[in-house]
Design a protein around this ligand. Structure first.
Ligand code: CP
Length: 332
C-alpha cells in the first residue's frame, strides 16, 4: 500500500483486511516490525489524537517519527501556488515537502479546508498539490473533505461493539459557534455506507452535505447492500437508530460566507445532543464523535459521560488501525 488518502480508494474487502490486521496487532504486538523506519508528520493544523496516536503507533512497531508544525518551531510555509511571498511565510511547500520526504520513509500531512471555495475544497486542491510533489508513501491526516484514519477507527469501533452491519447509522449535525470543515462528516458517511449500514444524515436546512459527497456515499452504500437518505426531522432519523454519530460542520448553503453562516447557526443552538434525543432510538444506541467536542454546546455532559458514549473507544482505536496502515505500508 503506497498511499492511504481516502477510504473510497479501497474495496470493502481491503478495508476488512486492514481491520483484521489491526485486531491481530492488538493481540500479537510486533515491536520490531518497523525497526529503522521513519514517519514524518506535518501538521498545518492543530491535533491531539492524530499527532499522539501516529507517534505512538510508530514507536509500538519499533520505528521513529518526527513532527513539523509549520510556523511553530519551523518556518511558516506557503501552500498557495504563484503567490508573491512577501508575507510571513519564509518557505513554500514546493521546497519544504520534498525536503521532509527525503528524511523519512513515509509522510503524513494534515491540511484542513481553506473554507472559502467549496469546489476547490471538494477537489482537495491544496492537499493534492502537496501529494503531487513527492513519490513517498503518504497518509492523509485530515484534508479538506476527508479523514480516512478517523473513518477506519470508527469502523473498528462499530465492529468491536458488534453494531449490526445493516443497523441504522444517523450522522447528525450539531451546533458549534463557528463553521467547521466537512472532512469528518464526509468520511464517517462514506465509512458507514461502505460498511453496508442504513445511513441517514440528519441536518437543519442550509447544512445539507454537498451532492458530490452524498453521491459517492450513495454508490458505496449500493455496492455494499446499504442505503443513504437525509432528513431535517429528528424523529424520522432517530427511530430505532443503532448509532448516533454527532458532528459539527459549516453551512453548505453559504459556504465561505462566515456572516451568513453565523446568522444561520445562531438559530440552531438547540442542536445540542441531550438524553431526550435517544427516547425513540434503539435501547443499545451508541453515541459517537471523533473529538474534540465542545461540552454542552454540541453534546451535553450527561450524554458524553453516559453509558451510550463510545468516544474514548473511537479515540483509542486510532492507534491499532494506524498501526495496521503503517505496517502494511512500511514493513519490509
Ligand atoms: N479526531 C481527531 O482527528 O482528533 P485530533 O484533531 O485531535 O487529531
Amino acid at each position: 500500500m503506497k498511499r492511504f488518502l481516502d477510504l473510497a480508494d479501497f474495496e470493502r474487502d481491503e478495508v476488512l483486511s486492514l481491520l483484521e490486521l489491526a485486531r491481530r496487532l492488538e493481540k500479537q504486538p510486533e515491536p520490531r516490525a518497523l525497526a529503522g523506519r521513519i514517519l514524518g508528520l506535518v501538521f498545518f493544523n492543530p491535533s491531539l489524537r492524530t499527532l499522539a496516536s501516529f507517534q505512538a503507533a510508530m514507536a509500538r512497531l519499533g520505528g521513529n517519527s518526527f513532527v513539523i508544525t509549520p510556523g511553530a518551531g519551523s518556518w511558516q510555509v506557503e501552500t498557495r501556488p504563484g503567490v508573491v511571498m512577501d508575507g510571513a511565510a519564509a518557505e513554500h511547500v514546493r521546497e519544504g515537502i520534498p525536503a521532509l520526504a527525503a528524511y523519512c520513509d513515509a509522510l503524513g500531512i494534515r491540511a484542513f479546508a481553506a473554507g472559502k471555495d467549496l469546489a476547490s475544497d471538494l477537489a482537495e486542491t491544496a492537499f493534492n498539490a502537496m501529494a503531487s510533489l513527492i513519490d513517498k508513501p503518504l497518509i492523509n491526516l485530515e484534508s479538506a473533505v476527508n479523514h480516512p484514519c478517523q473513518a477506519l477507527a470508527d469502523w473498528k469501533t462499530l465492529d468491536d461493539l458488534a453494531v449490526p452491519r445493516a443497523g441504522r447509522f444517523v450522522l447528525s449535525w450539531a451546533y458549534h459557534p463557528r463553521a467547521l470543515p466537512l472532512a469528518v462528516p464526509a468520511a464517517a458517511l462514506h465509512m458507514a455506507a461502505l460498511r453496508g449500514m442504513e445511513v441517514i444524515v440528519l441536518r437543519p436546512q442550509g447544512f445539507a452535505l454537498p451532492d458530490a459527497i452524498m453521491e459517492r456515499a450513495r454508490r458505496a452504500a449500493a455496492a455494499s447492500g446499504g442505503s443513504l437518505r437525509e432528513t431535517a426531522e429528528r424523529e424520522d432519523a432517530l427511530a430505532g437508530a443503532e448509532v448516533l454519530y454527532v458532528k459539527e460542520w459549516g453551512a453548505t448553503e453559504c459556504y465561505g460566507d462566515s456572516e451568513a453562516d453565523a446568522r444561520l447557526r445562531s438559530r440552531l443552538t438547540g442542536w445540542c445532543v441531550r438524553d431526550d434525543w435517544f427516547t425513540i432510538a434503539s435501547s443499545e444506541c451508541r453515541l459517537m464523535h471523533c473529538l474534540p467536542v465542545r461540552r454542552n454546546t454540541a453534546i451535553a455532559d450527561a450524554v458524553l459521560d453516559g453509558a451510550r458514549s463510545v468516544v474514548q473507544r473511537e479515540a483509542y482505536n486510532r492507534l491499532p488501525v494506524q498501526m495496521a496502515v503503517l505496517h502494511r505500508m512500511l514493513k519490509p
